[in-house]
Design a protein around this ligand. Structure first.
Ligand SMILES: Nc1nc2c(c(=O)[nH]1)N[C@H]1C(S)=C(S)[C@@H](COP(=O)(O)OP(=O)(O)OC[C@H]3O[C@@H](n4cnc5c(=O)[nH]c(N)nc54)[C@H](O)[C@@H]3O)O[C@H]1N2
Ligand SMILES: Nc1nc2c(c(=O)[nH]1)N[C@H]1C(S)=C(S)[C@@H](COP(=O)(O)OP(=O)(O)OC[C@H]3O[C@@H](n4cnc5c(=O)[nH]c(N)nc54)[C@H](O)[C@@H]3O)O[C@H]1N2
Ligand SMILES: [Mo]
Length: 796
């Protein structure tokens, strides 16, 4: 047995183990993990990067997440997972044409996703050669000509789809949408379609713009933070420093999460010397409610109904109203309809779906009504449901009925994912664009934008499967893995005439090739982007609408890389026979792209002037000044009947296995991953080490089902379309999740999500509520994801 096999051996005590973690989030565990990751990526060899001090004149935006930087600190705000993200990109490992010459795509396809990215940064543009089943080098010019040839050969521009992953800068994304619209389509599937789309859609309906209304300063003034369905300890660790401050000054943090997440319980700040020295920690949530998966809608419904009933009593007793009546009357519509819906709905009906006891729901409602300056935060636990948009409507109602918008210390704080996913949307990546945007583009550039709505992620997959989309181009991301219904989706991608990935590292999407396929390596955010007028900075917009610059300090890993904006410009130049846009001129100096952005969008006036100021600038949310860009011109209360929201829960799996116990499975992130990128195989806070094929299950469910802890099971999803969807070999781990709820990691479980299981408004795949049944399973044959893991890594 070689050392690698030994590690993959489940009997090796150093390897896969479940070991409850009793430390707070952050702390020494975080520092150790960072040190290991830096070593693993051989980042120190380069000697050019110091993570604690990425101190660029224009600033550096961490590619880790979209949580804002603290204004008063000039240095890079440090966090464990940001450091891992930076180290992973700034690795000194390279994947060269020689590597591709020795490995076929079939061989690569058999390797783990972890292996594919861990081999390093791609150094040269590569084209898939079907005859040898290998990627071979191609010149940049030939690559652009190949793309042009395929695009020009289409009968209709709508036969191409252009994906964006939310790491793309404003400059790259803006040029990309300009090119795609000049070409003639609005087919912009975007990672947002799988992420915060319900937020964008739901808040647009309710308050006129699909963005958060608070800034970091509001967190200094808030008295209560309601945290719905997000996991800051892993996915936005810098937020823990903010929550720690709230907790230290006596603010109340209320978590609503089916899982007990360590980062919502206790935090040791690696940047607080005393806390580290004394091994102390700060408690985070004062109250922790564990709803059943998808129970949030019923909970928020209950909060509104309690408030309504207590208000009736208060008014009857001559006390002040619990609602902000003046605000409601002047600024909103739909309030009385909402009250009628609350009146119509029985308490028993509400309690049936919350997963909380009636007492707990009432206690939560009191916290809501007693808070004067609450902030509502939410993540994927709210959005990735068939009722994701309806959830967001109720969050807006909670804020509107008490007139909390425009009030310091209160408001809405969706926690975005990718570092620039919000900015990409702002600068025009949108499959359903507003006519105003198209008019502006036409006016400024003299183009004729297509007016027809385009395809999002789910529709693009269907269109590829039906042969309606033949060319797929991706600006970053890992479409084949991040999307639902993996086998169906991958078959759909393979039907394309051409698939193109603009990318930093290899991933499975590059191996799921169309007839022709290209891998185009680009500069990463940590690297110097040298253009004709000198080194360039790009801009991003964080989760709280702050726009700021970022430039990288490192020498590029290869001299053959182009920047994302440059690649987009060159594709445009090669493809568009007649275009009024001087594409390459924009690349000489990105200030020119920003000037163009400021001409298209009013809110970006004086973009260059404002963005070069330290910290950049803030895009005001119009709702804070009572400007409502909604259908009615007012803020809108929207509520759907409970019976409608939960109806499908009863019917979706009616046909399959009538006697089986059906659980609801959420798919979530481990601590050592960034979406489909795996940094390692540990999920420290949840006590899982060296493995990912685990299934978190309540002890009571384990007993009732006759399974045992550590037993291997297969997970099958049961949708009424009758399709067999199954993933094999998951180890049962007893965990503090509600009865009937299960959790496992994304993306291993993506084959279980039916493409048709999505929110009807935002069309987001419901990857947090998959109806599943369990079968007795076997240990995985080759430990799948554990192949190619080295000892140092496996122990960490
Ligand atoms: N290190 C790291 N950072 C990241 C990412 C990463 O993968 N790794 N991904 C980035 C991206 S793109 C995004 S969108 C964000 C994602 O950040 P999160 O929104 O935190 O995403 P998830 O890990 O999917 O977890 C969501 C949380 O929702 C809970 N949950 C599940 N179902 C429900 C439910 O029905 N109700 C409630 N109330 N809670 C529920 C889960 O227990 C989990 O704690 O993070 C970003 N930052
Ligand atoms: N079941 C399930 N599915 C989900 C989710 C879930 O919770 N459960 N979450 C969803 C969410 S929230 C999201 S946002 C999506 C994520 O979907 P994507 O954004 O498509 O996926 P990522 O894994 O973030 O993409 C990683 C790849 O991006 C490339 N990359 C990294 N940096 C750069 C760069 O600077 N430039 C370029 N051009 N490429 C780069 C690398 O090749 C890397 O492999 O997945 C969604 N899918
Ligand atoms: Mo996301």
């Amino acid at each position: 047995m070689d050392s690698r096999e030994k590690l993959a051996d489940e009997n090796n005590p150093n390897y896969a183990r479940i070991e409850p973690y009793d430390q707070p989030a952050g702390g020494w565990g975080a520092l150790l993990s960072v040190a290991r990751n830096l070593k693993r990526q051989e980042t120190f060899k380069k000697g050019s990067i110091s993570l604690l001090n990425i101190n660029q004149p224009t600033g550096f935006d961490c590619p880790g997440c979209a949580w804002p930087e603290k204004k008063d600190t000039q240095t890079f705000n440090f966090c464990e997972n940001g450091a891992k993200a930076v180290a992973f990109e700034a690795t000194s490992k390279r994947v060269t044409p020689e590597f591709f010459a020795t490995h076929t795509v079939s061989w690569l396809s058999e390797q783990s996703d972890f292996f594919l990215e861990d081999v390093g940064r791609i150094t040269d543009p590569m084209r898939y050669d079907a005859a040898t089943d290998k990627y071979v080098p191609i010149s940049w010019d030939d690559a652009f000509q190949l793309i042009a040839k395929h695009l020009q050969a289409l009968d209709n521009p709508n036969e191409a789809a252009f994906y964006t992953s939310g790491r793309a800068s404003n400059e790259a994304a803006f040029l990309y949408q300009l090119f795609v619209r000049s070409f003639g389509t609005n087919n912009f599937p975007d990672c947002s379609n799988m992420c915060h789309e319900p937020t964008s859609v739901g808040l647009k309906d309710a308050i006129g713009l699909g963005k958060g209304t608070v800034t970091l300063d509001d967190f200094d003034l808030a008295d209560t933070i309601f945290s719905f369905g997000h996991n800051p300890g892993t996915n936005h660790p810098r937020m823990l420093a903010t929550l720690r401050e709230v907790s230290k000054r006596g603010g109340t943090i209320v978590a609503l999460n089916p899982l007990k997440e360590r980062g919502l319980e206790r935090f040791q700040d690696p940047q607080a010397p005393l806390e580290m020295m004394t091994n102390g920690s700060t408690p985070i949530s004062r109250y922790y409610f564990q709803p059943s998966i998808g129970g949030d809608y019923a909970i928020m419904f209950g909060l509104l109904k309690h408030t309504h009933e207590w208000n009736k009593q208060a008014v009857a007793q001559g006390k002040p109203s619990l609602f902000d009546q003046a605000f409601i009357e002047e600024q909103t519509i739909g309030f009385s309809d909402m009250l009628a819906e609350l009146d119509r709905t029985e308490w028993a009906e509400i309690h049936r779906y919350t997963g909380l006891s009636p007492d707990h729901l009432e206690a939560l409602a009191k916290l809501y009504i007693q808070s004067e300056r609450p902030i509502f935060c939410w993540g994927m636990g709210i959005t990735q449901h068939r009722h994701g948009t309806a959830n967001v409507h109720l969050l807006a109602n909670l804020v509107l009925c008490r007139g909390l918008l425009g009030k310091p210390g209160a408001g809405l704080a969706p926690i975005r994912g990718h570092s620039n996913v919000q900015g990409d949307r702002t600068v025009g990546i949108n499959e359903r664009p507003a006519p105003k945007l198209l008019d502006s583009l036409d006016r400024v550039f003299g183009i004729k934008s297509p007016r027809e709505n385009g395809l999002g992620v789910v529709e693009t997959i269907k269109a590829m499967a039906d042969g309606r989309v033949k060319v797929f181009i991706a600006l970053g991301g890992n479409f084949a893995v991040a999307t639902p219904d993996s086998h169906f989706t991958q078959d759909a991608l393979r039907k394309c005439k051409l698939t193109v990935h603009i990318t930093t590292k290899m991933n499975r999407s590059h191996l799921v090739c169309g007839e022709d396929a290209l891998m185009l390596p680009c500069l990463g955010r940590t690297e110097i982007d040298m253009q004709k007028h000198g080194p360039q900075a790009i801009s991003v917009e964080d989760s709280m609408s702050n726009v700021h610059l970022s430039s990288g300090p490192n020498q590029p890993i290869s001299s053959d890389l182009l920047s994302e904006p440059d690649i987009v410009a060159r594709i445009a130049e090669a493809t568009l026979k007649e275009t009024p846009v001087q594409w390459r001129w924009y690349i000489e100096n990105y200030d020119r792209i920003r000037d163009a952005i400021s001409e298209v969008f009013d809110e970006f006036h004086d973009f260059n002037k404002r963005v070069y100021q330290p910290g950049g600038f803030h895009l005001e949310h119009p709702a804070n000044s009572y400007t409502w860009n909604t259908a009615s011109g007012k803020a809108q209360f929207i509520i759907s009947p409970l019976s409608e929201i939960y109806a499908d829960k009863e019917h979706q799996y009616a046909d399959a296995y009538p006697d089986a116990k059906v659980y609801t499975l959420m798919t979530t992130r481990s601590h050592d991953q960034y979406n489909t990128t795996l940094y390692g195989l540990d999920d420290r806070y949840r006590g899982v080490f060296g493995q990912r094929r685990v299934l978190f299950m309540n002890e009571q469910d384990i007993q009732a089902s006759g399974f045992k802890a550590d037993q291997w099971v297969d997970i099958e999803s049961v949708f009424s379309d009758g399709q067999k969807r199954i993933v094999k070999s998951f180890r049962i781990v007893p965990y503090n999740v509600p009865v009937g709820s299960l959790a496992a990691y994304y993306p291993e479980t993506n084959p279980l999500v039916a493409l048709s299981s999505h929110d009807k408004h935002a069309r987001i795949p419901a990857s947090k509520s998959i109806p599943v049944i369990l079968h007795v399973g076997q240990p995985p044959e080759n430990f799948n994801l554990a192949v190619e893991v080295d000892p140092e890594h496996a122990n960490g």
